[in-house]
Design a protein around this ligand. Structure first.
Ligand SMILES: Cc1ncc(COP(=O)(O)O)c(C=O)c1O
Length: 396
């Protein structure tokens, strides 16, 4: 079926929660995708920070095929060896603690919110308030949606849940002013993705960390987008020299197979007992295998180093474009999580890039977002930049 026909069927049968879909892909390899009509695209978006290993990574494909042939799902009523192996790798590469597995970023954040409140009720004099940041994005389920500090996502779906407060991102006085004797957790992204690729300032995150330690408040870092090597470190928080109490993960954790996770330190995980939380599919043998293999490839095949090197290379090229085109206001981000703020509609740039065979993302009205696979090489970056420059040169 061709793109046009699929577009019509999509409009007929799919609830319209996404706008502007006009292309269906049939297959991919590395940083490239091909649509159902054979057109080639360079992927600088990775399925919104999911395909960290690129498309059809041979080791991941082989592992998934083998696992699917052996066992796909059994439930968390039984031990799952792949899940245990995955938790061990995550804990050994973060901080002493335990993991809970689910299926998405929103679900990971829901679990972290519940764990924080359980901690507050059992270990911290019934504290139950959670502070999140303006401009944050934590997902679309009610806990995660309430935690999301952007009114536009709440509109039409009120009432939100009680017990959340929003502090100004990168303003420590605002965070201090939001803390009460009821605050059990502060939750934020080390780099805000959806609202425009905005990194937390070093001082800001460090001070929040100190405040949390001082006042027995849990620090939850939502690394759903910036984790799993995207910024050149396995976790975004590693850039800040701090260790949180909980980390949430999803997106590229399974290299494209849906899986989410919470890593919770012992102080938190010791508050959770059987029956407190669950997810039928969470960390099933297939998803956990995909995540184990993805993590091993990231850690053992130099992808963190590549994300740093290629991130710097791409950032330099984007800075060159900024020097050339006055409508580029700022280039920001870390590793392969980069945003370019423009005096122009980011959606329009996305559309033009797509027509010319380059997939990029947007973050808000004026930020073009770049989240290429962690395996990307210089020649693909050069090719992408050439397409982007062709698009920018024709704007105005
Ligand atoms: C930082 C962050 N948290 C949570 C989510 C929600 O993840 P999911 O769409 O898997 O529920 C996203 C999705 O973009 C995200 O960027």
């Amino acid at each position: 079926m061709k793109n046009e026909e699929l577009t019509k069927l999509d409009q007929k049968y799919i609830v319209p929660t996404y706008a502007g879909k006009t292309v269906a892909f049939s297959h991919g390899k590395g940083c490239k995708l091909w649509d159902v009509e054979g057109k080639e695209y360079l992927d600088f978006l990775s399925g919104i920070a999911v395909d960290g290993l690129g498309h059809s990574h041979p080791k991941l494909v082989k592992a998934i095929q083998k696992q699917a042939a052996n066992l796909i799902h059994t439930s968390n009523l039984y031990l799952i060896a792949n899940q245990i192996e995955l938790a061990k790798i995550l804990v050994e590469n973060s901080f002493p603690g335990k993991c809970f597995f689910c299926n998405s970023g929103a679900e990971a954040n829901e679990a972290a919110i519940k764990f924080a409140r359980k901690y507050g009720h059992t270990k911290a004099q019934n504290k139950d308030e959670i502070i999140t940041m303006t401009g944050s994005f934590h997902g679309r389920t009610y806990g995660a949606l309430t935690a999301t500090g952007q009114e536009k996502f709440h509109k039409g779906f009120e009432p939100m849940l009680p017990g959340f407060k929003y502090a100004q991102f990168n303003d420590i006085e605002s965070v201090k002013g939001s803390i009460t004797s009821k605050t059990c957790a502060i939750m934020l992204e080390a780099i805000q993705g959806e609202s425009g690729v905005n990194p937390a300032k070093e001082e800001f995150l460090r001070e929040i960390h100190s405040l949390c330690n001082e006042k027995d408040i849990l620090l939850i870092l939502d690394e759903v987008q910036c984790g799993m090597g995207r910024t050149g470190k396995l976790f975004g928080y590693e850039h800040y020299g701090i260790v949180p109490d909980m980390v949430t993960l999803a997106k590229s954790l399974g290299g494209g197979v849906p899986i989410g996770a919470v890593i919770a330190n012992e102080n938190v995980s010791s508050c959770i007992s059987p029956g407190n939380h669950a997810a039928t599919f969470g960390g099933n043998p297939l998803a956990a295998k995909a995540a184990v293999v993805t993590l091993k490839i990231i850690l053992e095949e130099g992808l963190l180093e590549n994300a740093t090197a290629m991130g710097n290379y791409l950032k330099d090229k984007l800075h060159d474009l900024k020097n050339k085109y006055a409508f580029i206001r700022e280039v920001r981000g870390k590793g392969l999580m980069l945003g370019v703020e423009v005096n122009y509609s980011s959606k329009e740039i996305l559309k033009e890039c797509m027509d010319k065979g380059l997939l990029v993302g947007t973050a808000g009205e004026n930020v073009v977002r770049f989240l290429p696979p962690l395996i990307i090489q210089k020649q693909d970056i050069d090719k992408g930049i050439k397409i982007l420059e062709g698009v920018l040169a024709n704007l105005k």
